[in-house]
Design a protein around this ligand. Structure first.
Ligand SMILES: [Zn+2]
Length: 186
């Protein structure tokens, strides 16, 4: 018996659900499949053809279907951004289900449910900023998330040129405050 992967589910989540069905840790399940020398995290990052076929053979999945659960599309420079466990929690996703989107720091919404993620320990953005402010920030956050997702996948089309980026980053967003005596060097 093998659970069907949910949309955008990550391999560690799916393997965890499968292993729980048989009351064993995911590592034991891998060992049972003859993949004991690999960690779940390694396979989730890159599923080699050999490991993919072994796992596919044991679970009735296709190698392609398994590879969709991995972070295969992510370039090595963005690898550090992938959290080992979910960074965020969707209030509507079933407990124990971890989607790839929750691994990246720039995603703030669950695409399946269209709701804002919460923090893992009740420290989500909702707890820090008022709704009105969050709604004002949403459009920029969404375009930033799209841009960063492209970067993580090595897609550079549409990226702002370096001078344009520097312009944006060095623009003054506030007037400088009047000089204060306390800030003067002695
Ligand atoms: Zn959700």
């Amino acid at each position: 018996m093998v659970p069907r992967p949910s949309p955008d589910e990550r391999l560690s989540s799916w393997l965890g659900r499968l292993a729980r069905l048989y009351s064993m840790p995911a590592e034991a399940l891998l060992a049972h499949c003859g993949l004991g020398r690999f960690s779940v995290r390694e396979l989730e990052w890159r599923l080699g053809v050999g490991e993919g076929s072994v796992l596919a053979g044991r679970t009735g999945m296709t190698v392609e279907g398994l590879r969709r659960l991995t972070f295969d599309e992510i370039t090595p420079q963005a690898r550090l951004m992938i959290a080992a466990a979910s960074r965020y929690v969707c209030p509507r996703c079933p407990a124990g289900l971890h989607r790839k989107a929750t691994a990246f720091p720039w995603n703030f919404w669950c695409d399946e449910h269209g709701v804002r993620f919460g923090g893992r320990a009740g420290t989500g953005l909702d707890a820090r900023l008022p709704q009105t402010q969050l709604t004002r920030l949403d459009p920029s956050a969404r375009s930033g998330a799209l841009r960063l997702a492209d970067w993580a996948q090595g897609k550079e089309e549409g990226a702002p040129a370096v001078p344009a980026l520097l312009d944006l980053l060095t623009t003054r967003h506030r007037r400088s405050s009047p000089p204060s005596l306390a800030e003067q060097p002695i």
